[in-house]
Ligand binder design. Structure first.
Ligand code: GLU
Length: 491
């Protein structure tokens, strides 16, 4: 039986989950589910200054919103916990001791100012990427241990082989070779005793038996260092798969300039998690050159690292918006109204408690705009005319309303007949309008465009009869009278 796949998503809790992080989390999730493996979530919070509890909570919430459930990690636990690096310091200490004992790591007492001035000098000499010069590499261990025990400030460094090369067999990037001589004896443990990212990540990935590391290719340059560390620890190498960077439509690295970059902002803006998942999956992965819509299950069934591209992915907010509209339209009426009502409550167009008739009315009204919106957050705006007594006409609607002046008598009759209509239903309203246009020998639009403008304040709305029925007789008559009056037709 082949070994069980174990992957991990390892965010640093320094803010909301952003698009890039979510895409990495998703690829790990899909790979784990496809391979019937395990997804581990690990919080990399050793940077005490930047990590916050709030961020950790937000990231977990964002993951839950996307439906990316993890098998081991915070909240759910697991056999290799704890799953926060700040709670794993003992493990790093044990590993650093092992590295010192085997001669793979050494104490470095060089003061930061000295390192900095040496670095500057080297750069002035034309060395673009100066390495640590190795001053402490050859200190005899007993002396170094004694100085460390006497609390002389120090770091720990990994001894990188002087010659040879480190090769990454990356599932996405192919074979990537790094010459060891250009690699630094990098720091494993800082002066404050805390592990660096490269050290903690390898210690944890090894301890958590991670088999595949799927992460953004901004980490590719860290990988040779990490491989040296695996070798120094005598641990088996995982498979690496570095997924391409995400850029904005202008092909520069995705940033706030391109619009919202946090998953949370999209949630707030009325994007559906299903649409977000579908869109994120296409950032660097494709099943073929034509299919764009995938359910979560289809993604799980089809995802493979073989189809992940080396080339940067373009995040196109317009395509995401389009896709979200597709997903909204494909929601069942029940699912749609559930989410729509939550949005209207949030916007305070509705308030709780909502009695049955009010709920039924709101559901019907929300359904009339289902085909028109691309984001749930558009609901309050696109349904605004259903609320309140009066409406204000936008410019285009005002122009349509003016056209009522060409047939003032027809509109006066419309108003009068609506006032006495017994049942204010779609059927009755349809019959009434039919009667009027036949009698006046005018086209449907001649009557309906000014009417729509007066009632909704706009030139586009859901089907006018549905709108009138939902608004009810009283408000319709009032708005029609006010609209007509504003163009000089008194009723
Ligand atoms: N905490 C790192 C990050 O957020 C994890 C990188 C990795 O996956 O190794 O970038």
């Amino acid at each position: 039986m082949s070994e069980q796949v174990r992957v991990r998503f390892a965010p640093s809790p320094t803010g909301h989950l952003h698009i890039g992080g979510a895409r990495t989390a998703l690829f790990n999730y899909l790979y784990a589910r496809r391979q019937k493996g395990v997804l581990v979530l690990r919080l990399e919070d050793t940077d005490a200054e930047r990590s916050t509890e709030d961020s950790a909570r937000m990231i977990l919430d964002d993951m839950k919103w996307l439906g990316l459930d993890w098998d081991e990690g915070p909240k759910v636990g697991g056999p290799y916990g704890p799953y926060r690096q700040s709670e794993r310091l003992d493990l790093y200490r044990a590993q650093q001791e092992r590295l010192l004992e085997t001669g793979h790591a050494y104490y470095c007492f060089c003061p930061p100012e000295l390192l900095e001035s040496k670095r500057k000098q080297a750069m002035e000499r034309g060395d673009a990427q100066p390495k640590y010069d190795g001053t402490c590499r050859t200190l005899p261990m007993p002396e170094a241990r004694a100085r460390a025990a006497a609390r002389e400030p120090h770091t720990l460094r990994l001894k990188i082989p002087d010659s040879g090369s480190t090769v990454i067999h990356d599932r996405v990037r192919g074979t990537v070779v790094f010459e060891n001589k250009i690699m630094d004896d990098f720091i494993l443990v800082r002066t404050n005793g805390l592990p660096t990212y490269n050290f903690a990540v390898v210690a944890d990935d090894a301890a958590m038996k991670i088999t595949h590391i799927i992460r953004g290719d901004d980490h590719l340059s860290n990988t040779p260092r990490q491989i040296c560390l695996y070798q120094a620890l005598g641990e088996r190498l995982p498979v690496f798969a570095h997924i391409p960077m995400i850029m904005g439509p202008d092909r520069s690295r995705l940033s706030k300039r391109h619009g919202a970059t946090s998953v949370n902002a999209y949630a707030e803006d009325g994007y559906l998690p299903e649409a977000m998942i579908n869109y994120l999956a296409l950032l660097g992965w494709a099943f073929d050159d034509k299919t764009t819509l995938f359910t979560r299950q289809a993604l799980i069934d089809k995802f493979s690292l073989k189809k992940v591209s080396k080339n940067a992915a373009i995040f196109d907010p317009a395509k995401l918006l389009w896709m979200n509209g597709v997903y909204i339209r494909s929601l069942s009426p029940e699912e749609y109204v559930k989410r729509a009502l939550a949005e209207l409550l949030k916007a305070r167009l509705l308030s709780e408690p909502l009695d049955e008739p009010a709920r039924a009315w709101a559901e019907k009204a929300a359904l009339t705009v289902k085909e028109k919106i691309k984001r749930l957050a558009e609901l309050p705006q696109s349904m605004a005319f259903y609320f309140g007594e009066e409406v204000e006409c936008d410019e285009a609607a005002r122009a349509k309303l003016e056209q009522a002046k060409e047939h003032p008598e027809v509109f006066k009759t419309l108003h009068a007949k609506m006032t006495v209509l017994k049942s204010f239903s779609i059927q009755a309203l349809e019959a009434l309008m039919q009667e009027l246009i036949t009698a006046a020998d005018i086209k449907f639009g001649v009557l309906v465009h000014p009417l729509r403008a007066a009632i909704t304040g706009r030139v586009n709305s859901p089907g006018i009869f549905e709108v009138l029925e939902l608004l009810g007789q009283e408000r319709t008559i009032k708005r029609l009278a006010a609209g007509l009056k504003s163009v000089g037709i008194e009723v």
